[in-house]
Write a protein that binds this ligand. Structure first.
Ligand SMILES: Nc1nc2c(ncn2[C@@H]2O[C@H](COP(=O)(O)OP(=O)(O)O)[C@@H](O)[C@H]2O)c(=O)[nH]1
Ligand SMILES: [Mg+2]
Length: 324
């Protein structure tokens, strides 16, 4: 719990911190300023302390540097149990000089986080068939376009086969976008039509299957999707999820989708997210590789291949630049 304590002098403020938050409280900042003019020409000097209570024995046992990082990870939305095991490992393994050095500690923690993440999905050489599945509005169609247009710009070929034609205008919109960008788009409403369209583009090195989104809580929806997907052993099924979705909701969603042969997770809308801990939680929790991140609405610019270092950097701000 973070508290803001105000007092007339530093000593009194510190006493109050100890009294209210315990002797191990972590001081985040102290600041003095002059209140208003009613106490004389210069006003009255005030002290403000922002401090955080250590809630349990584990927290109380941490040196200040580690406690600050521990708190930061929790604020980033990393799962408490994962945070505790990471910080515990750092406390036990990191040499004393590292524990004292905030930057070295941060780097060490980053390395440890990368170690516990499953490997990201390698880009397969040769022919790829990628299905994009997920709830409505997360960016499946936009992501398919980004991936296809990137290929076309690089002088390779790609095709989008969409069965997202239930929403009025969805297929028309995609057909128009595809035409403008030089990406062939086929509409196919069931597995047979999809397979036929795939045969027509049999020599195309990248086939993207864009699927409809539904309320994922509807029973039977993933079964319907399963019916749609061609039974190819090499098929990649990428589940697209919006990065700002709540952690518990994401876990529920992934569990629902596990009835499909999922290959990887794509996190979309990183530009609309402030914290990134949930992405880390999901990939670790389900041992499910990440494949791409999308970072805005621009086609094809706003997509990147997911990497572990990128995610850890987003969470720990190692490069101090943020994702932009
Ligand atoms: N801010 C932001 N918007 C995105 C991103 N990806 C897609 N969108 C937008 O999200 C909306 C829904 O995208 P769409 O591809 O139709 O989602 P679908 O229903 O999953 O196919 C559109 O307005 C997209 O422009 C992203 O990475 N960032
Ligand atoms: Mg769509």
């Amino acid at each position: 719990m973070i508290r803001r304590i105000e007092s007339t002098d530093v000593k009194r403020a510190m006493e109050q911190v100890k009294e209210e938050l315990g002797p191990d409280a972590l001081i985040f900042s102290t600041r003095t300023w002059r209140r208003d003019q009613s106490f004389g020409v210069l006003g009255r000097e005030m002290v403000e302390v922002i401090a955080c209570e250590k809630r349990d024995l584990f927290e109380a046992s941490l040196p200040e540097t580690l406690f600050a990082l521990y708190y930061e990870l929790l604020e980033e939305g990393v799962d408490e149990a994962i945070v505790k095991s990471l910080i515990k490992a750092m406390k036990e393994r990191a040499p004393k000089e590292v524990i004292k050095d905030e930057r070295a500690l941060r780097m060490g923690l980053g390395e440890l986080m990368m170690k516990i993440m499953p490997p990201v999905l390698p880009v397969k050489k040769g022919k790829r068939v990628m299905a994009l599945v997920g709830p409505t509005g997360v960016g499946k169609t936009t992501t398919a376009l980004k991936l296809a247009v990137t290929e076309i710009i690089a002088g390779r070929r790609a095709v989008i086969i969409t069965s997202d034609a239930e929403r009025v205008g969805a297929a028309e919109h995609l057909l128009l976008c595809g035409k403008a960008a030089g990406v062939p788009v086929e509409v196919a409403m069931n597995r047979r039509e999809i397979q036929r369209a795939m045969e027509r583009h049999g020599d195309c090195p990248l086939i993207l299957l864009d699927t409809p989104g539904r309320n994922y809580m509807l029973n039977g929806w993933t079964a319907e999707l399963q019916e749609l997907l061609p039974p190819l052993p090499t098929l990649e099924v990428h589940l697209v999820l919006a990065a700002s979705t709540r952690d518990a909701e994401l876990s529920k969603l992934i569990r629902r989708f596990l009835s499909l042969p999922l290959t990887a997770l794509i996190f979309s809308k990183l530009d609309e997210s402030i914290t990134f801990g949930t992405i880390f939680n999901q990939t670790v929790r389900f041992g499910m590789p990440l494949s791409y991140f999308t970072t805005g609405q621009r086609v094809p610019e706003d997509i990147e291949k997911a990497t572990k270092i990128r995610l850890v950097d987003l969470i720990l701000k190692l490069s101090q630049e943020g994702w932009r």
